[in-house]
Design a protein around this ligand. Structure first.
Ligand code: NOJ
Length: 567
């Protein structure tokens, strides 16, 4: 029988992250909203330190810390003004070291965000660069006399005129995030210094922000107009020198025991394989985006009803595509997407759909990432006034697109798409401010905190939280669910997502209902007449063993060949 790991399991993690990341579970922390350790309403590293035991108790092996560097917060930490310090809101380098040491003692690794496609416009490199065309930093960024037609992802056109320098600079994200010129060897050498700084301090790897954007085509060609707001997007990804640059960074990592996980917006499967396998392998895993578009197109500006078939197609594309060749990073939530229950599940069936979604992705082949609050089934927030939102892309979405729509429709779009839904304070308890802080937090708490919170779920064996623990324990103790091959059944079904994992003759079948109604499930022929054992289900045991699935029911079966087939 598998037992959940707990806080007492000190030092039982894996020694080498590079050797064992395939068996690991990661937990992502967006620090500002995780836990306020010093009573100022803002989450911080002291808060992370205090909650490390909780994280470990889930069975987590590694933490991904979103940017904790000094930043003017135009993009909440993804606009960095100093790469080798800690934002005063979050604490000090000493606090960071304490988090690292304690996490390591508990058997967990820690990876950090490495954001080097751009800096803040308040980074000293940029303040120098914009001064003139001939200073030591003049070539650190991408300057042109004439802009091309690219759109930025956050704020209108991708070029901004700088009167001081008399030229335009490129910013693929906000105006306050000028793109670095990675073609300049000095910039690459700065990146390597930054990596060493954190690796020397004890960090175990990096999540590399929009890493497939860092090499741009030298001629910066106009993009083909495709979807409003993403003009050019296809021209600046996966550029000509990307492998060269990434292999320079890889060499640094190879001196340490460290892993690299790239964020790869819009990357194709074919391109992903060039990063993840073969002689040019420069990344261990990559975050792909296809499955994040089962209810929207590209940037979440364009919504469409959730389509299970689209979701399944995306899942299977990456499962088959990387299977046996590379390794998937599995996720359903992070700080850039609304909460998954509100998108692909049902707030009415929050408990059932939250659990079903957990199993639907965790048991695929790959390393699962769980985003703070996902494990208790947090849902989207619906603020009435756009001014209450903080995220720059939500504001642009509201002010620049579909502006002829009614206010109601425009706000509805924000409710569906805002990244802020993933950035509300973590709901620790039913106390004031959700137990996140003793004082009014920097951002609104989701009003459902009284019922949706960690404390309440700790005490409830049937909670989403404890279901996550069971999923984690089940996968961690199972070679089939970790290494097994993947095959999907009934891809055309609009209600059921079903897949098997097979390893050395052992089989597991994961059946997920995405329906609000009772749904009759047919087993694939190869399993229909075989004795099966139910390993996991999100409903209480039922004497019936029929295949009538309840709303959002999930079941995981094994098909023992003998009494000793326990994996
Ligand atoms: C991806 C990050 O996840 C997102 O939060 C950020 O806004 C952009 N990259 C720009 O750094």
């Amino acid at each position: 029988m598998t037992a959940p790991l707990n806080d007492n399991n000190e030092n039982n993690g894996y020694d080498s992250i590079r050797r064992s990341y395939r068996r690991m579970f990661f937990y992502q922390i967006w620090v500002r909203s995780f836990f306020d350790g010093d009573g100022d309403g803002v989450g911080d590293l002291k808060g992370v330190y205090e909650k490390l035991g909780y994280i470990r108790s889930l069975g987590i092996d590694a933490i991904w810390l979103c940017p904790v560097y000094p930043s003017p917060n135009a993009d909440y930490g993804y606009d960095i003004s100093d790469y080798t310090a800690i934002h005063p809101d979050f604490g000090t380098l000493r606090d960071m070291k304490m988090v690292l040491d304690r996490a390591h003692e508990l058997g967990m690794k820690v990876i950090m965000d490495l954001v080097v496609n751009h800096t803040s416009d308040e980074h000293p490199w940029f303040t120098e660069s914009r001064k003139s065309r001939d200073n030591p930093y003049s070539d650190y960024y991408i300057w042109r006399d004439e802009p091309n037609n690219w759109d930025s992802l956050f704020e209108g056109k991708a070029w901004k005129y700088d009167p001081g320098r008399g030229q335009y600079y490129l910013h693929i994200f906000s105006e306050k995030q000028p793109d670095l010129n990675m073609d300049n060897p000095e910039v690459r050498s700065e990146v390597k210094k930054i990596m060493r700084f954190w690796l020397d301090m004890g960090v175990d790897g990096f999540r590399e922000d929009v890493i497939n954007f860092i090499s741009k085509r030298e001629d910066l060609p106009d993009g083909l107009p495709f979807v409003p707001a993403v003009n050019g997007m296809f021209a600046y990804k996966d550029g000509p020198h990307i492998h060269e640059y990434l292999s320079e960074f890889r060499k640094v990592c190879e001196e340490y025991d460290c892993i690299q996980i790239g964020e790869g917006p819009m990357t194709t499967l074919k391109n992903a394989l060039t990063y993840l396998s073969g002689k040019n392998k420069t990344l261990d895993m990559m975050f792909s985006f296809d499955h994040m578009m089962a209810d929207c197109i590209y940037t979440e500006y364009i919504h469409r009803p959730f389509s299970l078939r689209k979701l399944k197609r995306a899942f299977s594309k990456w499962q088959y595509g990387l299977g046996g060749k590379a390794w998937n990073a599995l996720y359903l939530e992070n700080h850039d997407h609304p909460r998954v229950i509100s998108r692909y599940g049902s707030e009415r069936f929050r408990n059932e759909s939250g659990k079903m979604l957990a199993a639907a992705y965790i048991f695929q082949q790959g390393t699962p990432f769980i985003y703070q609050g996902q494990e208790i089934g947090m849902t989207n927030i619906r603020l009435r006034d756009i001014n209450d939102y903080k995220d720059i892309s939500s504001k642009t979405n509201f002010h620049k697109y579909h502006i002829r729509d009614t206010l109601e429709k425009r706000m509805h779009r924000i409710h569906l798409s805002s990244r802020d839904s993933a950035r509300t304070p973590m709901q620790w308890s039913g106390e004031r401010y959700a137990g996140f802080s003793a004082v009014r937090p920097w951002f609104c708490v989701n009003p459902n905190y009284k019922t949706v919170n960690v404390a309440a779920q700790e005490d409830d064996p049937d909670s989403i939280l404890n279901f996550y623990r069971r999923c984690i324990a089940l996968k961690k103790h199972s070679k089939v669910l970790t290494y097994g091959s993947y095959r999907e059944f009934f891809p055309r079904s609009r209600e059921i997502f079903m897949y098997e994992r097979v390893y050395k003759g052992m089989q597991r079948l994961v059946i997920c209902s995405f329906s609000k109604r009772f749904t009759q499930v047919t087993l694939p022929k190869k399993y229909a007449d075989r004795p099966r054992r139910l390993l996991l289900c999100n409903y209480a045991a039922d004497s019936r063993d029929d295949m009538l699935f309840r709303p959002y029911e999930v079941r995981v079966y094994s098909f023992p060949r003998s009494n000793t087939d326990n994996d």
